[in-house]
Design a protein around this ligand. Structure first.
Ligand SMILES: NC(=O)c1ccc[n+]([C@@H]2O[C@H](COP(=O)([O-])OP(=O)(O)OC[C@H]3O[C@@H](n4cnc5c(N)ncnc54)[C@H](O)[C@@H]3O)[C@@H](O)[C@H]2O)c1
Length: 335
């Protein structure tokens, strides 16, 4: 089997390639990544010499390149995207280009080259926001209501993927997943930013009142969910994928981290809120559990601690990236 993984130098994509090469050592992988600010060859260092994995630096919006690569591909797993909500507020145009147009270019090439499966990796943010203190959860039946340029561009890409299934008969599947955490996540994202600040004995910024609830999934659980969907799902289906957290808010997570580092609450720094900040996401993952037998394995408290350990032992990876990450927050005033 030959896979095209897009965005394989990013956080989840690199973890997915690592997972796949270990589980299916005879498969071949082409990793197509533009190496934007979010793509790091250092994230692929441990498998860059593997003869089964080829890296191509390129843009998913380049139709000619994508068509050429797709000629020899059986399965596409599409991660490549602009993925940071804060950046989408500062500059939405790139999000529209990569997330919508780039997905369409890939879909076109997949149809023309008759790929066996196009798996699209998406987010629970396409469903908008749930009220705090409610028990409601997103499900596959929830109506799309994206609120940020990032989630709107991902919502559009989901619709395109389904449209290519209905219109051209492309065999697709989609997963909409909650917030991932784990190794190799860029230090400009919420959890790694807090962890790396604490390693450096610096305060940790909390947006607004900190009462923003997210569902958190350990990245390997997400990779396993995509694997099971590729092996067992009915073509054309969408699955919501979530973790084992129960309505934990950002402030509570910050306090968990302070406890791990044995620091007191003077390290908390409340900063200007993100405009249009969604209050709460919660994911009902019973469809993937009932139909395909997947459920998350990794509990948040244990794997948060292991993630902290990973950042402590892998400064070589995040230190060169951290400086760049902080420039963004200087621009948004969320410093
Ligand atoms: N991180 C999360 O918590 C989360 C949750 C749900 C869904 N997702 C989705 O999963 C996917 C991966 O997320 P991530 O957190 O790993 O993102 P990331 O920002 O860490 O990585 C994105 C990768 O895509 C590459 N890329 C960007 N534009 C490209 C282009 N035009 N052509 C080729 N490559 C390009 C980047 O260089 C980078 O390596 C995204 O589609 C995202 O929407 C992420």
């Amino acid at each position: 089997m030959k896979l095209l993984v897009t965005g394989g130098a990013g956080f989840i994509g690199s973890n997915f390639i690592r997972y796949w090469l270990k589980k299916y050592p005879n498969d071949k992988i082409v990793n197509l990544d533009k190496l934007t600010y979010a793509g790091h060859l250092s994230s692929t260092k441990d498998f860059s010499d593997n003869p089964k994995c080829t890296f191509i630096k390129g843009d998913i919006c380049s139709s000619e390149l994508v068509h050429e690569i797709m000629k020899a591909i059986d399965i596409v797993v599409h991660f490549a995207a602009e993925s940071h909500v804060d950046r989408s507020i500062v500059g939405p145009a790139t999000f529209v280009k990569t997330n919508i147009l780039g997905t369409q270019v890939l879909l076109d090439a997949a149809v023309k080259n008759k790929v066996k499966r196009f798996h699209h990796v998406s987010t629970d943010e396409v469903f908008g926001s749930l009220p705090l203190n409610s028990k409601a959860k997103f499900s596959e039946k929830t109506i799309y209501d994206p609120k940020s340029p990032y989630s709107a561009s991902k919502a559009a890409s989901d619709h395109l993927v389904r449209a290519y299934h209905n219109t051209y008969g492309l065999d697709i599947t989609i997963t909409n997943t909650s917030n991932n955490y784990g190794p190799y996540q860029d230090p400009e994202k919420f959890l790694p930013r807090m962890i790396t600040n604490l390693i450096d004995d610096k305060e940790i910024p909390i947006y607004g009142d900190g009462k923003y609830v997210r569902d958190w999934i350990y990245v390997e659980d997400h990779c396993r969910a995509i694997d099971i969907v590729l092996q067992k799902a009915k073509v054309g289906e969408t699955y919501l994928v979530g973790g084992l957290t129960k309505d934990v808010n950002n402030l509570q997570i910050a306090k968990k981290l302070l406890k791990i580092f044995r620091y007191d609450e003077s390290y908390l720094k409340f900063v200007k809120d993100r405009p249009g900040h969604d209050r709460r996401y919660a994911v009902n993952w019973s469809k993937i559990k009932l139909e395909l037998g997947w459920k998350p394995k990794y509990d948040f408290d244990t794997w948060l601690e292991r993630t902290v350990e990973w950042y402590k032992y892998n400064e070589w990876w995040w230190r060169p990236i951290k400086k760049e990450a902080e420039k963004l927050y200087a621009k948004t005033g969320q410093k």
